[in-house]
Write a protein that binds this ligand. Structure first.
Ligand code: GDP
Length: 179
């Protein structure tokens, strides 16, 4: 079990092509303005890194092993059970990926019945304004129904990506405090 500072296991979920790999490379890379170290431990699509959120350190282990196309159902379900928190990605340019995110949320609920598993619904590629297929209000409404937080990001512009990771840490801390 994770201590007060982690490591917290954060799982990236979402249809293929929504930007999971892009998220993972921002996390692993030197893009973090507060911590210019490269990923401390990166093996096999798992990356562990210390970051600072609201002046306090936290360690996140990011898992980007999800392969929606090729993994067996067993492997996918197994993967879904490994997280302390989840970033559920879709692309705002791809309505099918938005529907997929809803399905994944429902599946996740089977494995994570606890009310307070931190989940953030992430609408990625918000830089592609002219190709938008999912509106901000639809994303927000979906998150409200699924009782999770919502953020729009652009991995390409590195916009709000760290905000999403920080949001996860804040939720994990709140959950610990409420226990
Ligand atoms: P994955 O299959 O979920 O891991 O998706 P990838 O991270 O491989 O991204 C799929 C494609 O979308 C790649 O060509 C990325 O460069 C591109 N991409 C990812 N995030 C963004 C974004 O925020 N904006 C734009 N314009 N392209 C993105």
């Amino acid at each position: 079990p994770a201590g007060p500072r982690g490591p917290y296991r954060v799982v990236l979920l979402g249809a293929s092509g929504v930007g999971k790999t892009a998220f993972a490379s921002i996390f692993a890379g030197a893009a973090d303005s507060m911590d210019s170290d490269d990923c401390e431990l990166c093996v096999d699509e798992v990356c562990e890194k210390g970051i600072e959120v609201d002046g306090e350190p936290a360690t996140l282990t990011l898992l980007d092993r999800w392969d929606a196309e090729t993994d067996s159902e067993w492997a996918q379900e197994n993967h879904m059970q490994t997280g302390d928190a989840y970033l559920l990605l879709y692309s705002i340019t791809d309505r099918a990926s938005f529907l997929r995110a809803s399905e994944l949320r429902i599946t996740l609920r089977r494995f994570r019945p606890a009310q307070h598993t931190p989940i953030i619904l992430v609408g990625n590629k918000c830089d592609l304004v002219r190709r938008r297929e999912v509106s901000v209000s639809e994303g927000r409404a979906c998150a409200a129904i699924f009782d999770c937080k919502f953020i729009e990001t652009s991995a390409a512009m590195q916009h709000n990506v760290w905000e999403a990771f920080h949001g996860i840490v804040r939720q994990l801390r709140l959950r610990r405090e409420s226990k």
